[in-house]
Design a protein around this ligand. Sequence first.
Ligand code: PEP
Length: 254
Amino acid sequence: MGRRYLIAGNWKCNGTLAENEERIKVFNEAGAIPENVDVALCVPSIHIPMVLSKVRKEITVGAQDCGSNDGNGAYTGEVGAHQIKDIGCTWVIIGHSERREGFGMAGEPVELCAEKTKVAIKNGLKVMFCIGEKKEERESGVTMEVCAKQMAPLAKAIEAKDWESIAIAYEPVWAIGTGLTATPEMAQETHKSIRTWVSENVSPEVAEAVRIQYGGSMKGANAKELLAQPDIDGGLIGGASLKADFFNVVNGIP
Ligand code: PEP
């Protein structure tokens, strides 16, 4: 069986309760969701209960990060994977470049992202694991080396069966929130290299099954061409997921 598409919105730190309720209303009324796609919304943690109670059941909900703690403890400010699962979420985004870069502070190392992923899966969540190169890294031709360095600690930390709970989100950092999108050919080339890396470093079976989402200024106007590429299995969408246009992406799947 082929891979199902995964279209996920990343609302980041956007919206009041009222504004996000309005977004849910728009998405609930946006028409039928195609058969071959999973749709998820990763929303601010504080709005998760509201979204879970209001969103139509075909759309799953996720958090945008979790702690590396496996269970309760003295971790002020942290939200644990066990709590995200307990409240009813399906997904968590881990290693988004905005967190890896640390908003100007010390960011999250890839080893920590791998550890968080292990804990999230152990607690029953599915993970969108973000990787991707910066502009200068693409320009100096090391895109795949960078992606491999981000995936290696993950491959080491988890077991083969855990890959069922992972989608890799390839997000070139230079394309996130900038309006710049990788061309479909450029994105396909990197997605194919990522799949080859998984085949060689995990297993050919996992490589065939794992979903690789594209992220970086994806919107209704460019989604169709990106999603038509053989190794692009969906999208992780920031800005456009705050608007009705998100459903143009959902409807852009082949
Ligand atoms: C993201 O936040 O993961 C993202 C891809 O953002 P945008 O779609 O706004 O570029």
